[in-house]
Design a protein around this ligand. Structure first.
Ligand code: GUN
Length: 283
């Protein structure tokens, strides 16, 4: 069974090893890669994610700074902090952890980040450049999905890829990246008629709907590849993906596990983007 798993642990370890080497090389040239993370409020999931990001940075020799702001912070104060970081040459990456409190305009805040330091790849400039295939920071989770397919040796050229989910963070960008790899891409969402009819035609299914066990084995073509972006808790509190692993595993040729799958790739690609930004200082 194990041979069917595309391990996020393996792929992210490879990326991290490469990042560590690049950090040493940058340090030798007087550049000390640094990521600044802004977190507003105390959303437990956000606190966990941010803690993981700092741990990864420490492991790879990237300097990371945590800027914690209260839930009541004004949009003006948040924008001023971003502006300060935009102008600080020692900072290479700026990340504002989402979601933000309701009184803050998320679009305005994200787009206040300098595109050159937008290591999440969320600004309109980076999204636009990605869409037209120009150099940019690609968003970490979608890039992680592609990295896992690459690692498993799956060529996407001419393949039928079905993406389930149309979020700005995962569904839409991963569809664009798959299209750039010359896949034939279909995006399904909550209003799609008969999703199973679409997924049964797919060579690769990328599922990002945030619903435990949404994708079941009977929705797949034998030998399909499943990339599971979901991180959910089932009724017993166990961490699980959007794919029902037990019914999918016998049908697929490859599948990413949860935990130990795409989630680790998101973290690894943040490190990669921070190094990419730091390297731009050499130009
Ligand atoms: N919230 C959930 N995922 C992410 C992410 O990848 N980046 C940021 N900034 N916030 C998130």
């Amino acid at each position: 069974m194990d041979s069917k798993l595309i391990s996020g642990k393996e792929v992210s370890a490879q990326i991290k090893a490469q990042v560590k080497e690049e950090v040493i090389s940058l340090n030798n040239q007087g550049i000390y890669p640094k990521l600044s993370v802004i977190i507003v409020g105390e959303n437990p999931a956000s606190l966990t994610y941010v803690k993981g990001k700092h741990k990864d940075c420490a492991e790879c020799g990237i300097i990371s700074e945590n800027i914690a702001m209260p839930e009541t912070v004004s949009q003006g104060e948040l924008l001023a902090e971003i502006e300060r970081l935009n102008n600080d040459d020692s900072v290479h990456g700026i990340l504002v952890q989402l979601p933000l409190p309701k009184h803050i305009d998320e679009y305005a805040v994200i787009n206040a980040i300098s595109a050159a330091k937008d290591v999440d790849g969320f600004t309109a400039v980076n999204v636009g450049n990605m869409n037209i295939g120009k150099d940019c920071f690609t968003p970490c989770t979608p890039q992680g999905c592609i990295d896992m397919l690459d690692y498993a040796g799956i060529d996407m050229t001419g393949k039928d890829v079905v993406v389930i989910g149309r979020s700005n963070i995962v569904g839409k960008p991963v569809a664009v990246l798959a299209l750039q790899r010359s896949a034939t891409v279909t995006i399904c969402h909550s209003k799609t008629k008969n999703i199973a009819e679409k997924t049964r035609m797919a060579d690769i299914v990328i599922v990002a709907v945030g619903r435990a066990g949404f994708l079941t084995g009977d929705m797949l073509k034998p030998g399909a590849v499943v990339i599971d972006v979901g991180i959910n808790r089932n009724s017993e509190g166990k961490l699980c993906g959007d794919a029902d692993f037990d019914s999918c595993i016998d049908v697929v040729s490859k599948i990413t596990p949860v935990p130990g799958g795409v989630g680790l790739m998101t973290r690894a690609n943040l490190l990669k983007n921070t190094i990419k930004s730091a390297k731009n200082c050499l130009k």
